[in-house]
Design a protein around this ligand. Structure first.
Ligand SMILES: [Zn+2]
Length: 444
């Protein structure tokens, strides 16, 4: 497909030079400056179809267990609907695939399985195994899916997609897919989560973060150091200054220290950790390690963990509830009533329960420091909501963008409202201007 105005089905897409609103020169003028070696990045605003993003509650992928909870609705706005015929077993586009899920100039789509077969797309990347990204995939799917080994294991094991459609790519190794050079990089999100680094024939380099938690260690990725990323598709889940939260390690330390203290004071303490399908394993693994215990999981969750190809995980997990002092339960079961029932099932071993709910950022649990985290207590049950995020905080996002200094940023989350898109564009513009000014001062 093309993203140029007036051509094909993307005729509704328009690129506006938002830099003009911030006193910068129009992009076409800037192009001349860039040729002259005086590069000041503007931020381009794509105005795609009007999207409404509905989330199943605020938090860090609160809806991961349900396909379609994190759903994009596209208003047709008088545009032609695609026929709902079936081609090669897939539904033709029933909802329009948003522009930011397609990579212009290629036949690639990223995390776009809920639109049926998309015209002009032959290669469907899956960045990680969270339902708001794989939603639409099912046993009968015939998309050609490109992902890494862990995500591929999960797609085959959990969704039963036929092996022939799952194409496994190595991590940190440049490969050629459909004529384009592609490298997968660790996204520091859930197990198997990858960022895509794409080299287009016209010299453009594209980084798609999928979902990620930016980390300074990424600044040492030699794949990123050895290229210049022009276009960044960015996970903007928490792209606003109020989104501050502790590092994962701080939160893990808090949970481990708390569990250790509780069990030391009362060895008959059962420790419970909430979990979604994939992700946040580091929390319950740390609890198990500090207590010298195994972690018990449901059979289904156990099978999921076996897809992750981690020896550390394999050695710690069990399905024998009585053999572990750390129990992993679905996040939605972590309330006083359910936990009381759960504790009573093990009353011979335990008379107290401490539970950890690793959620993302929540308005009601805003914390600057882990010392501020307090449990809610009901009788012999304590529940700690802990701000363990697998997405970047605002400051982490800013640092990553200012380090990478892309020429164009395309947000992939919270793009549902004009106000939200505008606010993000303002952030990007400020960040990049600051970054370039800082580098000019340094003479870089
Ligand atoms: Zn995710």
């Amino acid at each position: 497909m093309t993203t140029r105005k007036g051509k094909g089905k993307a005729s509704g897409l328009k690129q506006t030079d938002i830099g003009v609103f911030f006193g910068l020169k129009p992009l076409k003028d800037k192009g001349k400056e860039q040729e002259a070696g005086n590069i000041l990045p503007g931020v381009s605003l794509h105005q795609g179809p009007v999207l409404e993003e509905r989330k199943g509650g605020k938090g860090d992928h609160g809806g991961h267990q349900t396909v379609g909870v994190h759903r994009l609705q596209v208003r047709e706005g008088g545009r032609k609907r695609w026929n709902r015929g079936r081609i090669n077993g897939e539904q033709r586009e029933s909802k329009r695939c948003p522009f930011y899920k397609k990579i212009p100039g290629t036949k690639f789509a990223v995390d776009a399985f809920q639109y049926g077969l998309v015209e002009g797309i032959t290669t469907y990347f899956l960045t990680h195994f969270h339902s708001d990204h794989y939603g639409g995939l099912k046993k009968s799917s015939t998309f050609h899916i490109y992902c890494n080994r862990i995500t591929g294991n999960l797609v085959k094991s959990k969704l039963r997609v036929a092996e022939q459609f799952v194409h496994i790519l190595p991590m940190n190794t440049q490969v050629t897919v459909d004529g384009f050079k592609v490298t997968l990089l660790d996204a520091n999100h859930c197990p198997g989560a990858a960022m895509l680094l794409l080299f287009l024939p016209d010299g453009q380099t594209v980084l798609h973060t999928g979902d990620f938690r930016a980390d300074p260690s990424m600044e040492a990725y030699h794949e990123l150091l050895s290229c210049r990323v022009q276009t960044l598709y960015l996970d903007t889940t928490y792209c606003s200054p109020e989104y501050t939260f502790p590092t994962q390690q701080e939160v893990i330390n808090l949970a481990a220290n708390t569990a250790f203290r509780c069990v030391t004071l009362n060895p008959r303490t059962l420790v419970v950790c909430g979990s979604y399908s994939v992700g946040k394993e580091k929390v319950f693994l740390a609890l198990a390690e500090v207590l010298g215990s195994k972690v018990c999981l449901s059979r289904d969750k156990f099978n999921t963990m076996c897809c992750l190809e981690s020896e550390r995980i394999r050695q710690l997990i069990t399905t024998d509830w009585k053999a572990a002092q750390v129990h992993v339960l679905p996040m939605m079961q972590l309330n006083f009533k359910n936990l009381q029932t759960h504790l009573s099932r093990f009353s011979r071993q335990y008379d107290q329960l401490v539970a950890f709910k690793p959620t993302g950022w929540t308005f009601s649990q805003r914390v600057e420091a882990v010392e501020d985290i307090k449990p809610t207590v009901h009788g012999n049950i304590s529940i700690y909501g802990i701000p363990y995020s697998e997405h970047s905080s605002y400051l982490e996002l800013r640092r990553f963008v200012q380090w990478l200094r892309p020429l164009k940023i395309i947000p992939t989350v919270n793009v549902g409202s004009w106000a939200s898109r505008k606010a993000m564009e303002r952030c990007f513009s400020e960040w990049l201007t600051e970054a370039y000014e800082a580098n000019n001062v340094k003479g870089i």
